[in-house]
Every structure is written in structure tokens, then in C-alpha cells.
Ligand binder design. Structure first.
Ligand code: ADE
Length: 359
């Protein structure tokens, strides 16, 4: 399976299994272009207004009382700022962030070292928390609730449980699949919030801010619009496209970027006017050509495309659903009329005629 765009390419787990299971934020190997763009203060965070307001109140209240921020669960599609918000919360609390992911924590001892090392108000960020092994999840409950971990030493007759007290910390869990979390884990978060796709004007503001940090002086307002409208409501995609436009402008247009330069740069990337890429188009084509527009099950589409079903569900489908190209029904996935029109496919039957799939 080829690595597919935003999500797997940046999943921290690969680097974490090969190195330590948990890394401190300033020791991570995140690409510098990502780090320097990230807002550090809540006031610099653009979009997700409802969440920013909730977090602002919780942070101010915690700081005023000299307490630790409550545990936070962030869910939603990849690239919308879950990791960034974890760093923002740590900065606002004047503390450090420790970063890990569910699959990197294979055994409880991966976590014990970090939890015991963390200072008061530090943040532990667990990405893909739905992939936490059950054995590790059990250690997290008392850590979250009672600030202690119970560690079993030896086994059989000699087994004894050692309780280790922890300093108050904030756990920030991120997931693309809130539905896969156990109720026991979910109920231990004081704040849970779903991140939405960003509005066009928020993406433009994020791009303007980033272009300023990158020192892109030759970029015109229309270029920001053109990038934002192809960014699928996702800052991470918008910023990646901005960097491709910057390269293209530097090499082909003496550093200046207008809508035409953006169109040229993004055509090379295989991104169409709506921001759909190769994998989106393949997905739509498979549902259309192989399954006559659906309904069809996710696993069948994944097998047809030789892609991972989870990647399709997390990365491809949310935006196709959001723009109304795809419908999820009890019978399976189905192309809508706009989705079919976008790829020049005629759905079998017409409205009102037998055989037309119900909306
Ligand atoms: N960079 C990436 N996401 C951002 C956001 N939401 N606000 C400001 N800058 C960002």
C-alpha cells in the first residue's frame, strides 16, 4: 500500500516505535516548517471558535485557582489542529508537552517513566488514543482520576502492587474515531470537543499568517483564496499547499504568486479546483465504475483500491461527505448526484424512476 497523503505521512507513531515511546515536545523530530508555523498562544489560534472559547475559560479558571487544566479529548478528522492545541495548552499553562500515540504505547512501562517524570501541570498528549492497548488503558484510569499508578512487581506468589503517586498533569487525547473509545476512558475527560472543518476565511487567515512567517513577500491576496479553496477545510493541507506554491513561485515566477501560479503549482500536485486529489478521485471512480454508484460497503471499496479501510474512513470520506459527494447509508456508501456529476458519471435510473437510489 502506498503511503497516502496527510494522515499516515505525519502519524508520529513510526518515529516513536523506533525511538522512545514518548518524546518531549522540544526533543521531537517534527519538521521545522511545521513547528515554526504552529501558534503557541491561544490568542493566535485561528478558527474553531467554540473550542477556543471553551479552552480559554478552562485555562483561565485553572490558572486563577492555581490548579491543573482538566483532561481534554479532541476528536475529528486529521489535520485540523489537535496536536497544535495540545502544545497551545501546555504553553498557556507554562508547562511542557510530552507527545506520544496510542500504537506507540505497547506496554504499561512505556508510560510509567514519563508519567513519573512529568512535573505539575505538564501535558501528556496521546494521539490516536483509540489505538491504545487495553492493558495500557487500564493504567491510565487511576493516573487520570487519582493521580497514581499501580504497578505490579514480580508475579505469582511474589507479586505485589506498588502505588506510585503522580504530580497533577493534563492528559490530552486525540482521535479520529471517537466512537471506538471505551465509555470508561471517554467519561474521564472533563472536556470533549469535536473539531470541525475550517471556514474559507479562517484558512485564508492561517495562510496569511504563515506566509508572513515564511517571508513570502510576492504572494497576492487572490493566491490565498485559491489555495484555501483547494485545502479541503484543513489547515495542514493549506500549509502544505502553500509550501508547494512557494517552491513553484521561487523557481518559475521569481517569487511572485497569483491565482495562476497557484493553479500551476497545484496542478503538478494532482489537486483539482475543489482540492480533490488522486485518492479522492480514485475513490469516487471505484464507487461509480465498479459498484454503479453504490451502495457499497467500505471494505469492498478498500479492497478495490488496495487501501486501508481506516485510512479511507478517516482521511478520504469526511471531506467527500462534507461537500455532499458521498452519502453513508445503512446499505453502504453511495455517490450523490453532485458526486457523480463531478466525475462525469450518470447514476443508474433517474429521480422518480424505479431503480433510482433513495437519497
Ligand atoms: N497554523 C495551523 N493551524 C493554525 C490555526 N488554527 N491558527 C493559526 N495558525 C495555524
Amino acid at each position: 500500500m502506498r503511503p497516502s497523503r496527510e494522515y499516515p505521512a505525519r502519524m508520529p507513531k513510526e518515529r516513536m516505535v523506533s525511538q522512545a515511546a514518548v518524546v518531549r515536545e522540544d526533543e521531537g523530530d517534527e519538521a521545522p516548517q511545521t513547528l515554526e508555523i504552529r501558534p503557541r498562544a491561544l490568542a493566535d489560534y485561528i478558527g474553531q471558535r467554540a473550542l477556543v472559547e471553551r479552552l480559554g475559560i478552562a485555562l483561565d479558571a485553572a490558572k486563577a485557582r492555581g490548579e491543573t487544566m482538566e483532561h481534554v479529548l479532541l476528536h475529528g478528522p486529521p489535520g485540523l489542529g489537535k496536536t497544535t492545541l495540545a502544545h497551545v495548552i501546555a504553553t498557556e499553562m507554562g508547562s511542557k508537552a510530552f507527545v506520544t500515540s496510542g500504537p506507540a504505547l505497547t506496554k504499561a512501562s512505556d508510560l510509567v517513566g514519563t508519567l513519573t517524570k512529568m512535573e505539575e501541570r505538564d501535558v501528556l498528549f496521546i494521539d490516536e488514543i483509540h489505538r491504545l492497548p487495553a492493558s495500557v488503558e487500564e493504567y491510565i484510569y487511576p493516573a487520570m482520576e487519582d493521580r497514581r499508578i499501580d504497578f505490579t512487581l514480580d508475579s505469582g506468589m511474589h507479586a505485589r502492587v506498588v502505588t506510585i503517586p503522580l504530580k497533577p498533569f493534563t492528559l490530552i487525547g486525540a482521535t479520529t474515531r471517537a466512537g471506538l473509545l471505551t465509555q470508561a476512558l471517554r467519561s474521564r475527560f472533563g472536556i470533549a470537543h469535536h473539531l470541525e472543518f475550517y471556514a474559507h476565511e479562517d484558512l485564508v487567515a492561517i495562510l496569511v499568517r504563515a506566509a508572513g512567517i515564511y517571508g513570502m513577500q510576492g504572494i497576492r491576496g487572490e493566491a490565498f483564496d485559491a489555495i484555501a479553496s483547494r485545502a479541503r477545510g484543513t489547515p495542514r493541507i493549506a500549509l502544505r499547499l502553500l509550501r508547494r506554491v512557494r517552491d513553484f513561485a521561487d523557481v518559475r515566477a521569481q517569487g511572485s504568486a497569483d491565482a495562476k501560479v497557484v493553479a500551476g503549482a497545484l496542478r503538478l500536485e494532482g489537486i483539482d479546483d475543489r482540492g480533490l486529489d488522486d485518492l479522492d478521485r480514485k475513490y469516487l471512480r471505484a464507487v461509480a465504475d465498479i459498484y454503479r454508484g453504490g451502495p457499497v460497503g467500505l471494505e469492498a471499496i478498500a479492497a478495490t483500491l488496495a487501501e486501508d479501510a481506516g485510512t479511507l474512513e478517516d482521511v478520504v470520506e469526511p471531506y467527500l461527505l462534507q461537500i455532499g459527494f458521498l452519502a453513508r447509508t445503512r446499505q453502504g456508501r453511495r455517490l450523490t448526484k453532485p458526486g457523480a456529476d463531478a466525475i462525469g458519471f450518470t447514476l443508474p435510473g433517474e429521480p422518480g424512476l424505479p431503480g433510482f437510489p433513495e437519497q
